[in-house]
Design a binder for this molecule. Sequence first.
Ligand SMILES: [Zn+2]
Length: 326
Amino acid sequence: MRAAVFHQPGQPLTIEDVPKPTISDREMLVKVSHCGICGTDIHASKEGPFMAPPETIFGHEFTGEIIEIGETLRDGDFKLGDRVTSLPFIDDKTIGLGAITGAYSEYVKVGYDLVVKLPEELSNRDGALVEPLAVGLHSVKMAGSVAGRTVLIIGAGPIGLTCAIWCRFFGAAKVILSEMSDARIAMAKTFGFNDFVDPSGDVTAQCETLLKGPPEIQFECVGKTGLMQECIARAPKRGLIMGIGVCDHPDTIVPLMAFGKELTIQWAVGYDKEDFEFTIDMMLEGRISATDMITDIVPLSAVPEVFEALKQPSTQCKVLIDLDTD
Ligand SMILES: [Zn+2]
């Protein structure tokens, strides 16, 4: 099968012929329809503790059709032709970040208990947005109740934006975003967010103006060193700081400042199966949509070039690989 393969940092992915995954009797094979390119993939292609091993095939935000079913699963809930997405794990091994071949390819294998059927009304294209939406949903659920509280989202990339969408969904009093990219600000505006702070200026002062006080909850969706301390300094008494962005460097904070305000710092990553299911339900009811986040749909052959382009901030938000028309 054809796949886009990662070899080493600084080198573009290459399109190659690789063996089709073979399935065990408790796995299923999916013919990939759509797959999102995720910031996590870009991150894992760079030097550092998070780097994926050579020969990795990325792709953990996918949809497709079941074309093979493992022997012990044949009388189960799934049948050939079912359209599905899946949490990107089989028995704790990750799909698309090294351990198991991901969906920047024609076929991907999935397990069983983490596979979710796509209802007829939900396209394979929109189904590929379930995963990024579920990341935002899980992050907001981990924050506890956001209802009636003021929220600052730091970083309006796909994950910051999905956090903002779910904060509004769950009744936050006001959601403001800190972002400097014009393209990302424009994208957030299409989702109805109109209050922005400029991170090159005094964020705390801008929050005061927009919120008439400091943000009660802050979602740090960038993962840059120094930001956590800025959040601590800005937070009100008993404020909450959510660590969502991946920071893989040592980062200094002044605990005394957090201590004095009795702050809560909570990290969140990934999702549970129920987050996928709830996201799909809300998409079907028209209460949540991320379709407008899709800025580019590209064939597999274009992935090396597009992946390189995504390493620098650009106009793209969510880029999907379409394997149906390739
Ligand atoms: Zn992702």
